[in-house]
Design a protein around this ligand. Structure first.
Ligand code: NAD
Length: 456
């Protein structure tokens, strides 16, 4: 029997014992998780530095601090979320009471990617615990130091019957996916997302897929240009572009292109210095394979800014490409690196048409000062979520559900939405025994007449 089957079976029994369900157990577990992360915080920062050369500032902001806020928010609201919700009674259901009971799924599986390897393993776990489930977490094998600390943090905080870590690569991931979990939460690429969905279909396992894709930025002619450039430079080059919701490419209105590009290069130099490859705080590309894939894109269009690379340290300077068309390789797949293609447009309708020909993106960022443009883009382009006049920020609030649509994903999480994701909403109708409305029975005189009156 594969080792994970032993843990899986132990978790099945533990879940069945009912211990994961009470509010007190969930709250205690969330506190243990936070305490354990706090105890190991320096090791997390060190591991992220070793795996990706992340700076302490980025590590705290995007991987650690965001989890503390999410845990605190969940602890504050969990009691209310767990209360069964009364619903109205339909006229056809006189005598009954309806309630929705939040019910845990059971034994859950969380599979994480390498780009925010700590946060993307832990944030879904907060939802799994809040929902009253057990969980097995599979971190990415491409960030081994972080995977090691994740295992330490979880082993220190929990018994494996409740929460466990299973490290490994594709083989381990596939073995786990062949197991009949009660819920699968997957974050990763579109292609692997398809494998996960196929495997989930074998057991009809409910699942969330947090995937990626090419998220556009649009800078309209009436945008506040300097801010647009700075916020795009930040969102694109944070984590060296290895961010699922980074603006993949930018469409700039023809009339403001030159000014935008000037502001953009100023912003890049302000945020990452004139010599980003020498900047000790600049994130590295995760592997040689990813580095080689990215450097091929540098041949596309015209190199407007950047383009320096260092194969030894796997770094690529923030780079801007112009004269880009959709038939170039850089536009054929999610870039996932610090290379920003800039395209121009004259009419909004033209780019709406262009973008809607592509798979539905995970995010979209529009820079404009007019409500008409804003509402038109929101209404006419399907995408997971996004920002007006900013990038990435929409995913850092617990009040907005975060997720994709179609090719960019299924389902969402963060805040209450994480609790809902890891909860089955069980509908219960309680019928009265004081009387029995006879209408539903087939032997009633004039039964049909009454049914037609009530159900017209
Ligand atoms: P990936 O799909 O290669 O790997 C993700 C996880 O799946 C890893 O744990 C890996 O071990 C496992 N895996 C890889 N190949 C597998 C296979 N054939 N069968 C079963 N499991 C397999 O993704 P990645 O390269 O780690 O991450 C980058 C991708 O993730 C990008 O496309 C990015 O947009 C996306 N992403 C999405 C979000 C989001 O929240 N929507 C967040 C981060 C990353």
């Amino acid at each position: 029997m594969a080792k994970h089957m032993h843990i899986y079976n132990q978790q099945k029994s533990y879940y069945k014992s009912g211990q994961t369900r009470p509010l007190q157990h969930r709250l205690a577990a969330l506190n243990y998780l936070k305490d354990s992360i706090k105890r190991h915080e320096p090791e997390v920062i060190m591991a992220l530095h070793q795996d990706l050369n992340k700076s302490e500032f980025e590590s705290y902001m995007t991987e650690i601090g965001i989890l503390y806020s999410e845990i605190d928010y969940t602890i504050k609201h969990l009691k209310k979320w767990m209360i069964p919700k009364k619903v109205k009674t339909a006229l056809t259901h006189v005598g009954t009471k309806g309630k929705i009971y939040p019910d845990p799924y059971g034994v859950t599986l969380i599979i994480a990617p390498w780009n925010y390897p700590f946060q993307l393993a832990m944030a879904p776990l907060i939802g799994a615990i809040a929902g009253g489930n057990t969980a097995i977490v599979k971190p990415s094998e491409l960030t081994p130091h972080t995977a090691e600390v994740i295992e330490k943090i979880i082993t220190d905080a929990f018994i494996p019957e409740f929460i466990a870590v299973k490290q490994g690569g594709v083989d381990v991931s596939q073995q786990l996916l062949d197991t009949p979990f009660d819920y699968i939460f997957f974050t990763g690429s579109v292609n692997v997302g398809k494998i996960v969905m196929e495997k989930a279909s074998k057991h009809l396992t409910p699942h969330t897929l947090e995937l990626g894709g090419k998220s556009p930025g649009i800078v309209h002619e009436d945008a506040s240009l300097k801010l647009a450039a700075k916020r795009i430079a930040w969102g694109k080059f944070i984590n060296a572009g290895q961010t699922c919701v980074a603006p993949d490419y930018v469409y700039v209105h023809q009339d403001v292109k030159d000014d935008f590009l000037t502001y953009l290069t100023d912003a890049i130099e302000e945020l990452y210095s004139h010599q980003p490859l020498e900047n000790p705080d600049y994130t590295h590309i995760v592997s040689d394979k990813h580095f080689d894939r990215l450097t091929h894109f540098l041949d596309d269009g015209t190199l407007f800014y950047g383009g320096d690379t260092n194969k030894e340290t796997r770094t690529i300077a923030p780079t801007v490409l112009t004269d880009i068309t959709w038939d170039m390789p850089v536009m054929a797949e999610e870039i996932f690196g610090p290379i920003l293609p800039v395209l121009t447009y004259e009419s909004l309708d033209f780019i709406i048409d262009d973008i809607t020909k592509q798979p539905k993106p995970l995010a979209l960022y529009l820079f404009t000062e007019t409500a008409y443009t804003r509402e038109k883009v929101i209404a006419e382009i399907p995408f997971g979520g996004g920002c007006i006049n900013d990038t990435i920020y929409h995913l850092a609030t617990p009040h907005l559900p975060f997720g994709g649509v179609g090719q960019s994903g299924t389902g969402n999480y963060h805040g209450k939405f994480s609790f809902d994701t890891f909860t089955h909403h069980k509908s219960i109708l309680k019928q009265t025994t004081m009387f029995d409305v006879p209408l539903r029975y087939p032997n009633q005189k004039a039964g049909l007449k009454w049914v037609k009156i009530l159900m017209k």
